[in-house]
Design a protein around this ligand. Structure first.
Ligand code: FMN
Length: 199
């Protein structure tokens, strides 16, 4: 959606006196393999949000360079990380989004290492005037047991707890998918689409 359409939709809503506003939605797909299952979940969520009229941007970490956080804490003073890689721009987009949906494969019953690294590198958001309030988590795992996602969701909740205006609004889990693209036709895709549509 262009910025013009985004502005126009907000204006139409305002003229109608409606409370439903177009939201800035950031979908962050953290897997690194092609034909990723969790990325298809991310795409379904994004499609739903877009069809509901929101301004949606999807980022994939596939082509990004994001180093580990060194814990120097310079970000607390400077309000930005001193390590100049792709985490800087993504943290800025996270700051400005009202809704953030993370998609991750389950690795050893946790979120992907690259997702955790991104959260750490976005430490400049802590105690900032961040906009995000609604957080979603979309996961895929080989095991078809919804508890396979518990620690990953728990880990994200730990992050959310550090941002008092934000809360976890929903999760979608696709279980029983291991091979690339195996998620095709999985009922979780419809769930992710409907969740995106309902924000
Ligand atoms: C390093 C690694 C660890 C994994 N750990 C788990 C696990 O703990 N439980 C599980 O059910 N599947 C596990 N899997 C399988 C993935 O979650 C599964 O293949 C998933 O579909 C990957 O999603 P993606 O296609 O988005 O990368 C693991 C896969 C890898 C590569």
């Amino acid at each position: 959606m262009s910025m013009f359409m985004f502005w126009q939709m907000n204006r139409v809503n305002a003229l109608r006196g409606g409370t439903e506003m177009t939201k800035n939605v950031l979908v962050i797909s953290t897997n690194l393999r092609k034909n990723s299952n969790s990325e298809v979940l991310a795409d379904s969520f994004a499609r739903g949000a877009e069809e509901a009229g929101h301004h949606v941007e999807k980022i994939t970490l596939k082509d990004k360079k994001i180093a580990f956080c060194k814990g120097c804490m310079a970000c607390m003073k400077l309000k930005a990380c001193v390590m100049k890689d792709d985490a800087i721009e993504i943290a800025a987009k996270m700051h400005d989004a009202e809704v953030i949906a993370f998609a991750s494969p389950i690795y050893y019953y946790e979120m992907s290492g690259q997702m955790k690294t991104l959260l750490d590198r976005a430490n400049s958001l802590y105690d900032s005037d961040y906009k995000f309030t609604d957080i979603y988590m979309l996961t895929a795992a080989a095991e078809d047991d919804e508890h396979a996602t518990d620690r990953a969701v728990g880990g994200l909740t730990g992050w959310i707890d550090c941002f008092p205006r934000a809360s976890l609004k929903g999760t979608v889990f696709a279980g029983g998918v291991n091979d690339e693209g195996e998620i095709d036709g999985h009922p979780a895709l419809e769930k992710a689409y409907e969740m995106g549509k309902s924000i």
